[in-house]
Design a binder for this molecule. Structure first.
Ligand code: URA
Length: 204
């Protein structure tokens, strides 16, 4: 069955949107997942940061970026002197997509259909938070925010303007940094930090 775009409430607060998202059935990912992992952070944050989807730890706790990727993000923000609690953190897809291998739950990339089904929630968050800047971590977030024509490795690390005038940029995903080895991981992390430094403009 083709996923449908989540029927998000057009009016109401961010908390109302968060509550409504708990019951989302717009794509099949809700069923094996523990819970909807909605965004968190100040409802008037100047920066809204978009990840891919919750991972194992996020699915269990109900909070974005609390697992290994979140630790890389936290380290980068600390190096840049940016307080995480000033940012609104969310994901393009709000349920964990995984496959079971024994006791393990292994991450699977979300498909375009999952991103499409979830887009209403992300749009609802952006409309309510009205950030000055949106930061996309990884290709899935960039797809959700910029659309299919965006080429992450060619277009990351510089500002673009969304249809509503909001400034936005993309960088690599922290999980991609963690998948690199040795010097390549150092270089990937340096790219991530250098791109996130753009947030300084929006938070100054
Ligand atoms: N990776 C993401 O993209 N988002 C999370 O919340 C956690 C890991």
């Amino acid at each position: 069955i083709a996923p449908v775009v989540a029927p998000t409430p057009a009016a109401g607060t961010l908390d109302a949107l968060r509550a409504a998202a708990q019951a989302c059935r717009a794509c099949p990912l809700w069923e094996p997942a523990t819970q909807t992992v909605f965004g968190e952070g100040p409802p008037d944050a100047r920066v809204l940061l978009v990840g891919e989807q919750p991972g194992d730890a996020e699915d269990l706790t109900g909070r974005p970026f609390v697992g290994p990727s979140g630790q890389v993000l936290d380290r980068a923000l600390a190096e840049l002197g940016i307080a995480r609690d000033r940012l609104y953190l969310t994901n393009a897809v709000k349920h964990f997509r995984f496959e079971r291998r024994g006791k393990q739950r292994l991450h699977r990339n979300p498909e375009v259909a999952h991103v499409d089904a979830c887009r209403g929630w992300l749009a609802g968050e952006i409309e309510r938070v009205r950030p000055e800047a949106v930061a996309c971590l990884g290709a899935t977030a960039a797809l959700a925010v910029f659309g299919a024509g965006f080429r992450l490795m060619d277009q990351r690390g510089s500002w673009h303007t969304l249809h509503d005038g909001t400034r936005a940029f993309a960088t690599v995903h922290p999980a991609w940094v963690l998948r690199q080895r040795g010097k390549e991981r150092d270089a990937a992390y340096a790219t991530f930090v250098a791109d996130l430094a753009l947030l300084g403009d929006a938070l100054a």
